[in-house]
Design a protein around this ligand. Structure first.
Ligand SMILES: Cc1cc2nc3c(=O)[nH]c(=O)nc-3n(C[C@H](O)[C@H](O)[C@H](O)COP(=O)(O)OP(=O)(O)OC[C@H]3O[C@@H](n4cnc5c(N)ncnc54)[C@H](O)[C@@H]3O)c2cc1C
Length: 494
């Protein structure tokens, strides 16, 4: 039987935080929206999974921006009540450990407090520390799209104007303010939250990603589910249609540079005014008709490098009292360029603790993520059943043991109390984060044009973590900017 034709104002492809944000913004201004998702469930990196009934986050774990840009966006989306921060204010709950110098840095929230703490750790570096923190705030202030109110008032061109710092690599800037590689590493540690080495990351982008985290760091109660559940509730109220297990399989109607209908993998034809692609740039290019994409754009996308992926460990901690939400970044070297290099043995691990409710019980949980490049576990890619492959399981057990040893080094109070429930390699990421399994999409580079906003097909747009600023905040912001483009001024109210 023929599938009926579907008709929407807007088709949003990909249901990560950028797709959910886009769908809400459009539907809130009265448009009829269809959101399609390739996987069997919505959420992308915001998804959680349960092991022995205990929920664990897979992607999103912590963020900056509460009390600032993130709170503004959550308010505009009607999510503010549902997404509740658990601040990592106490310096003991936000730490950076450098293994090669056996040094631990406890980082308080707030620019002034962070500055004071850093000056104690790095005597004689006051000027560099002040300069760095001022640069973060200065770039935030000079970036119009980081102020939601300006989205409604400024011309689009002014909103997106470039800064000189867009053309300066972060490493060049760090070298200009200090020769102390430990200080450089502590200042730029946020690079581990976007996976682009300081040698190529634009200073502006780095500061946009870092400033919110230096002002306040927070985990979110019930993690990614807080965003997904809030979205689902509102999607019902706003009549957003959602189709999971669905992707675009072909172009159904095209007139010159405009495509007004596509075929969906379930067989239906979907007609729309706009199509917003909240997916990886490589997937975007594979959807657009070959003749519509200029060769230069195609080549630029082919050249994009992938950020790293993770080997992940999910555990409970057997403690008498529930643990505090906390983050420790464990770096084996004080050199972020080496850590974020596929050829290096240096690596970094994020260790997160928190408490989850399971029925009436509170369970202390620990997740740890060690950077690993897509490809490192490739020898098992074609294993018939990875679960039953002894060498793959040995590899995972070996890595998990090594990670637990490191965790016990920086959390001696948990020694012997960590009960590993599950581990995952880059192969798992490749399965659940199509098409490449990288944690943060592409590496952001000085001089490289990201695929963002209007695409070569006139009514198609790109948003997502690879387009503007990496991380949840940046992915959401990319959708706000394209929302402003599509809906004109005054599309959001506070
Ligand atoms: C392990 C890990 C830890 C992280 N930690 C943090 C953190 O603590 N803080 C932070 O801010 N950020 C973190 N991030 C990054 C953050 O989660 C991402 O930047 C952000 O969630 C990306 O959102 P997105 O919507 O752009 O993409 P995604 O979440 O990747 O969503 C894309 C969606 O599109 C779907 N899709 C792909 N191709 C197609 C297709 N052809 N058709 C239909 N659907 C398709 C995918 O299945 C997916 O659901 C982490 C990421 C990972 C992996």
């Amino acid at each position: 039987m023929d599938k009926p034709d579907l008709k929407y104002d807007d088709l949003v492809v990909g249901s990560g935080i950028s797709g959910m944000t886009m769908a809400l913004l459009l539907a809130k201004s009265g448009r009829k929206v269809l959101l399609i998702e390739k996987q069997s469930a919505i959420g992308g990196c915001m998804r959680r999974f349960k092991c022995k009934g205990i929920p664990f986050d897979t992607g999103f774990h912590f963020t900056g921006g509460f009390g600032g840009l993130l709170s503004d966006m959550l308010r505009a989306l009607g999510m503010e009540q549902d997404v509740r921060p658990e601040f990592l204010d106490d310096p003991k709950t936000n730490r950076i450990y450098l293994e090669n110098s056996d040094s631990m840095y406890e980082m308080p929230s707030g620019m002034d407090a962070a500055g004071r703490a850093l000056k104690k750790y790095f005597p004689g570096e006051d000027e560099a520390i002040d300069q760095y923190l001022q640069t973060e705030e200065d770039i935030e202030r000079r970036t119009p799209f980081m102020d939601l109110k300006k989205l409604n008032t400024e011309e689009l061109f002014d909103l997106m104007r470039q800064l000189d710092e867009d053309f300066i690599p972060l490493q060049q800037y760090l070298d200009s303010i200090t020769a102390d590689t430990r200080l450089q590493t502590v200042l730029a540690n946020v690079a581990l939250c976007y996976g682009s080495p300081p040698s190529v990351m634009p200073l502006s982008m780095h500061c946009r990603a870092a400033v919110g985290m230096h002002k306040s760091m927070a985990r979110v109660a019930v993690g990614g589910d807080a965003f997904i559940n809030s979205f689902k509730r509102q999607a019902k109220e706003l009549n957003i249609d959602i189709m999971t297990g669905t992707e675009i399989s072909g172009i159904a109607k095209r007139s010159g540079k405009t495509i007004s209908a596509v075929t969906l993998s379930g067989g239906a034809t979907c007609h729309f005014g706009n199509c917003i692609l909240a997916i990886h740039p490589r997937s975007i290019i594979s959807i657009l008709p070959e003749d519509a994409v200029p060769e230069a754009t195609r080549q630029a996308v082919e050249k994009y490098e992938e950020s790293f992926s993770f080997f992940s460990l999910f555990a409970t901690i057997q403690t008498e009292r529930p643990v505090s939400p906390a983050l420790t970044s464990y770096l084996t070297r004080d050199n972020l360029n080496e850590i974020i290099s596929p050829d290096s043995v240096a690596c970094a691990m994020a260790i997160l603790t928190g408490v989850e409710s399971v029925g009436n019980d509170k369970v202390s949980v620990l997740c740890a993520f060690e950077n690993e490049f897509p490809g490192e576990a490739d020898r098992w890619e074609n294993a018939v059943c990875r679960k039953n492959d002894a060498s793959y399981q040995q590899y995972k057990a070996r890595r998990a043991d090594a990670m637990v040893k490191k965790i016990e080094k920086v959390y001696p109070e948990y020694a012997g109390k960590i009960n590993v429930l599950s581990t995952s390699s880059t192969l798992t990421f490749e399965d659940y984060l199509p098409p490449t399994g990288s944690a943060y999409g592409i590496v952001h580079k000085v001089g490289e044009q990201n695929l963002f906003g209007r695409l070569p097909v006139r009514n198609f747009y790109a948003v997502g973590q690879s387009s503007l600023i990496p991380g949840v905040l940046g992915a959401m912001l990319s959708s706000f900017i394209v929302g402003r483009y599509l809906l004109g001024r005054n599309f959001i109210t506070f």
